[in-house]
Design a protein around this ligand. Sequence first.
Ligand SMILES: Cc1cc2nc3c(=O)[nH]c(=O)nc-3n(C[C@H](O)[C@H](O)[C@H](O)COP(=O)(O)OP(=O)(O)OC[C@H]3O[C@@H](n4cnc5c(N)ncnc54)[C@H](O)[C@@H]3O)c2cc1C
Length: 714
Amino acid sequence: MNNKIFKTLQANMPKISATEKAALDSGDIWLEADLFKNEIDWHSYKNIDLQKLTEKEQSFIDNELEEFLSMVDSYEINNKEEIPLDLMDFMKKNKFFSFIIPEEYGGLDFSAYANSVVVSKIASLNSSLAVTVMVPNSLGPAELLKKYGTKEEKEKWLPKLATGEEFPCFGLTSPFAGSDAGSIPDKGIVVKKEIDGELKTGISLTINKRYITLAPIATVIGLAFKVEDPDGLLGENKDLGITCALIPSETEGVSTKDYHKPMNMAFRNGTIKGKNVFIPIDYVIGGKENIGKGWEMLMACLADGRGVSLPALATAKSQMNTYQTFAYSEVREQFNTPISKFEGVEEKLSEMILKTYINEATRTLTLAGLDKKIKPAIVTAITKYHTTEFARDILNNSMDIMAGKSIIQGKNNPSWDSYTGMPIAITVEGANILTRNLIIYGQGAIRCHPFILKEMETFDNNDEDRFNELLKEHALFFSKKLAKTIIKYPSLALSSKRSMSGLKSYMDYYSSLFYLLSDVSLLTLGGKLKFKENVSARLGDILSYLYMGVAVVSYYEKNKSTENEIIAISSLRLLMKEINNSLEEFYSLFPNKLAIKPLQFVTTPLGRFDFNPYPSENRNVLKAYSNESLQSQMLNLVDLKNERTSVNTMHKAYLMKKELKEVLEKIKRAEITDLVNPFEIARDKNIINEEEFTKLKEYQDLMLKVINVDEFSD
Ligand SMILES: Cc1cc2nc3c(=O)[nH]c(=O)nc-3n(C[C@H](O)[C@H](O)[C@H](O)COP(=O)(O)OP(=O)(O)OC[C@H]3O[C@@H](n4cnc5c(N)ncnc54)[C@H](O)[C@@H]3O)c2cc1C
């Protein structure tokens, strides 16, 4: 019997390609594995250190960064095709491009957390600037050199990259290979060439790269291409595989002159082209030994990088858009009422606040993992995908609420920078549909499952005895989780859906149910699961929402207050609702109903749980968010001081309206309905005194700035 199972599974289990294997080997697993196996350890999550800056990092943020932010005029930048020179010079002089370069090479050597804070604050003002800063501080030449470069290479390049004397870009994408980057057609043929009378072995490159950020202004290009050695100059192997090299952009035959205009933004982006360009073999990062190891190198760097830059941008934009929309809704009145008081607006605002809270919690938890020097590849993919998706939802809500104000272009438009920047965050470092459907669960299942990888190894090694041992353990594990899930379901009737401890119990239930669904999917679909993306995406979503739930609990533990509790609980409820939706869709999309229906029946006998909002929930969330101390906590990544920004104007107007609450109510009670000159009428009727009138006029100026849009005439 076991022999039959072995043979059937051996035939059905997914085969892992070489590129997938490299991706799988490129990172570590972290607490997502606990969620997968349903071994949640709330106590240890409570003790994960979040949010730490060294003195040096804090000083950089308080001084160099503050000064830089005060120089930024986002509207001016967005109307140019490049970042103004004075800003570029300031950043180079103050080592803004050296956060990941070790101090011994002249870099600032910041933690992932500090890197993220700096990028976030810049992103809160301008996306193009943030992209320009994040690329050299993320996957690219510095990261590759640091991890894989020889001592000579590090000494040659890193000090100059730290000061901006050399400026980097990294070219992987080609017109034929975007998401499927492992299939790049760019070639490097190993050849011999006579140089200064000497015959040298090198690589003849033919490349056509596109979409490369900073390529038009780069002085040094990190490049990925496939090396072939048809004449066996380096050994017997003719197809050596993907290789990464560092090439001066001045190299004869290399062209970076053709450029793109991504959403007409100001950061530079373009192409890298070249035909039969000769480069010495020692341009390969790490030297000859690293020929063919490029894919592993890239995957290892990507596993880290995608947890830092784009989640930073997404969270900063979430915080900024949520706050300015909230402030706008308090200031803007229609039907003689602040629009925030309408239930429809309140509902959208509440969702924005919760998603912003979840984004910040997820960002900080993932950074805590990265700063432990582990490379949690699945967690970083979860963080990249969900923070950028939530940021996009937040922006959409924000634009619905601010309506015409968001649409009219000009200095007073509060949304344009996010609106142009967001699709870029969604597309780069693993386009989101691919990340959700293929990476999160595809890699998560194989890495985090307690048995699958070991069982797959027995198929490869034809080791039936070991398989039989594993099968017994696996069956026992499954039975335990099944029993636990069945028992847990009725006990949840006693767990409150509005308390932290109750919601943790629901998460525990969903985590054990998730394990069962994974097992049934893997066992019944086998290798086909890879192509059933609709199914694997839902499983990936459940794993992601559980991870984000842990992040919320962990973040709340570090920021305990009544308001935090209200927001954290509603955030968890939102995540549980999302899990429910994913489960519903999973059951309906799962192709083998005979296998899944009985499991659904025994684990959810009375149907799914209800996490729909209760009548006062949205109002409670908004009330909690109105608390000043919570607001400043939820604006930790936003530069509010820059007077050229709409968020600054909205902030001031909102604060002033709050200060003038009683006087404004006096005017309302007097039933003065004139919209244009209400304060003059109130003064003339002696409802307010002269001092109050002066203050109200000051407020009116601010309020007009908030509601006005740009007008142009030819
Ligand atoms: C502004 C910008 C800056 C960039 N900077 C750089 C850079 O500096 N260096 C660099 O090398 N590259 C860069 N890129 C390239 C970027 O990484 C690619 O755009 C990205 O990998 C997607 O490739 P593509 O645009 O060709 O889309 P495609 O690969 O054609 O994908 C199209 C759609 O199909 C989806 N898809 C593809 N395969 C699957 C799958 N198996 N399952 C589910 N969905 C799938 C994708 O998610 C996407 O939605 C940049 C791109 C942009 C737009």
